[in-house]
Write a protein that binds this ligand. Structure first.
Ligand code: 13P
Length: 336
């Protein structure tokens, strides 16, 4: 077993998943302002430190994705954030893309940037304790999108990123996110997501990336959020499994889904059904941002002196997600 494969399994085996706490300062500002909290470095740290020191970290969270600001911060009790995460048994990770820009010659679409100087940045992140990283490509859906140009150029960037990350002895999370914005059907989402993922693997293989040392982070297959033909539960699970069975090479150890704007319980239920129906040998778990943090953020914004209240909310969500990652979640458990 390679070193990279060992890291992957430590992050996602045995019902563990990933806490995606890597919101950029821009995104975190939106999240904090939505709950009437000013977005200062101290407030961003205080919320994240509260989550990272909760008891669910050791039990259910195998890895935490951090943003550049956070990986360099120290807690109020003087420990570095990566050390706090490692002491719980979870592995610190780092978002290394620098965000999206308009794609030249198809400017309604996006290309993710951040390859320049990546090798040097990774060296610093490794020294700070990171052992895995994340890069997100985004694809919008319409009649003509994602275009072949967007599919190809984002796959190329994801593959170049992955090769450099593995060279730096870290595990790349490969995140091609087909957005749920729009009125498209679930079948269109299935078709486009399959095309996007297949192209990613074509490029990853071309760039000689060790597939046993990556984690794929895709969207689940859903109808667009404006669609009149929404699909739910079993159908989401069936279509998501169909997509992944047909587009992910068998060497890949695991898949960790993003929540992508689904509600907390909705994404947990869908993950549970995916695992109940999973006949592949891929581990299927979570790498949720909003679906792990939303309720905790609301509670924290109103009671930020009472750490325990926020942590209890987060612990519950993490436990529910972990049960879903082994197909043992049920709605009744939500109210216990
Ligand atoms: P969500 O689960 O909120 O979609 O966030 C996951 C993530 O890391 C997006 O890049």
């Amino acid at each position: 077993m390679s070193e990279l494969n060992k890291i992957v399994l430590k992050i996602i085996s045995n019902g563990k998943g990933i806490l995606a706490a890597d919101e950029s300062n821009g995104t975190m500002t939106k999240r904090l302002e939505a709950v009437n909290v000013p977005s200062t470095p101290e407030n961003r740290l205080s919320f994240r430190e509260t989550l990272f020191s909760s008891k669910s970290m050791g039990e259910y969270i195998g890895g935490v994705i951090l943003y550049d600001e956070t990986i360099k911060q120290k807690t109020s009790f003087g420990v570095s954030i990566p050390d706090l995460i490692s002491s719980s048994g979870a592995i610190p990770g780092i978002k290394v893309d620098t965000g999206t820009k308009d794609l030249a010659n198809s400017t309604e679409e996006k290309i993710t940037e951040g390859l320049d100087g990546l090798r040097e940045r990774l060296k610093k992140y490794y020294e700070l304790g990171a052992r895995f990283s994340k890069w997100r490509g985004v694809y919008s859906v319409s009649k003509e999108y994602p275009s072949k140009l967007a599919i190809h150029s984002n796959a190329h960037a994801l593959a170049r990123y992955s090769a450099i990350v593995q060279e730096s002895r870290m595990v790349p999370i490969v995140e091609p996110e087909v957005l749920m914005d729009g009125d498209h059907s679930a079948d269109i989402c299935l078709k486009k997501t399959s095309e996007v993922i297949k192209k990613c693997f074509e490029e990853l293989i071309l760039h000689k990336v060790d597939l046993s040392g990556i984690i794929l982070k895709p969207n689940m297959i859903l109808a667009g959020n404006q669609s009149k033909d929404k699909i739910f539960g079993e159908e989401v699970a069936q279509k998501t499994l169909q997509c992944l069975e047909n587009s992910v090479p068998s060497e890949v150890p695991g898949i960790a889904f993003l929540s992508g704007g689904q509600l907390e319980i909705e994404s947990t239920e869908n993950l549970n059904l995916i695992n109940k129906n999973n006949k592949t040998k891929f581990i299927m778990t979570y790498s949720f941002g909003r679906a792990l943090q939303q309720s905790a953020l609301k509670i924290w914004s109103k009671n930020n002196k009472d750490k325990e209240l926020t942590q209890n909310t987060f612990n519950h969500r993490a436990k529910m997600c972990s049960l879903a990652a082994i197909g043992k979640w049920s709605k009744e458990l939500e109210n216990k």
